[in-house]
Design a protein around this ligand. Structure first.
Ligand SMILES: [Zn+2]
Length: 165
């Protein structure tokens, strides 16, 4: 395995749409392993192939429950709303609140090419949405909600969290 260079915001490649993967070969397997290693090294919870310069629909995620490799991920259904601050390995030292679905269902191929179905909620759903956006050339900063537009419930919850910290 090897570390790959993470592309930083401003790189035009981050704004391109990634292509569907048609064959799962050794090269792709190496890419996914490298992506995981790169993500752990950078202390991230997700990484999409375009972030390492490869315009293919592959992402890795690990929110602390173990590594996931998702090939051609497609969000099928989503419901609910969740507000939380996000960051991105391609946008260092920046964070902002993004609204994401509370729950979603996802179809993808695993590393052996099997079609899989996944239900995700909360932080995992958020991480998946963030990575799938990368495959469309969308960065989370495009979706950041200005503080004055945040729902009262979110601000109240944040105030409580700050008091506890
Ligand atoms: Zn990102």
């Amino acid at each position: 395995m090897a570390l790959r260079n993470i592309r930083i915001d401003g790189d035009p490649l981050l704004r391109k749409r990634s292509k569907e993967i048609e064959t799962i070969d050794t090269r792709l397997k190496i890419l996914l392993d490298d992506m995981l290693e790169t993500m752990y090294d950078a202390e991230g919870v997700g990484l999409a192939a375009p972030q390492v310069g490869i315009l293919k629909r592959a992402v890795v995620v690990d929110i602390g429950d173990g590594p996931m490799k998702l090939i051609n991920p497609v969000i099928k259904n989503s419901s609910g709303e969740s507000f939380m601050a996000e960051g991105c390995l391609s946008i260092p030292d920046y964070s902002g609140v993004v609204c994401r679905p509370e729950k979603l269902s996802l179809e993808y191929l695993d590393i052996d090419g099997n079609k899989k179905y996944l239900e995700a909620a909360g932080f995992l759903a958020r991480a998946i949405c963030h990575e799938v956006d990368h495959l469309e050339g969308i960065l989370f900063k495009d979706k950041v909600i200005p503080e004055e537009q945040l729902p009262k419930e979110y601000l109240e919850q944040e105030r409580k969290r700050e008091r506890r910290a």
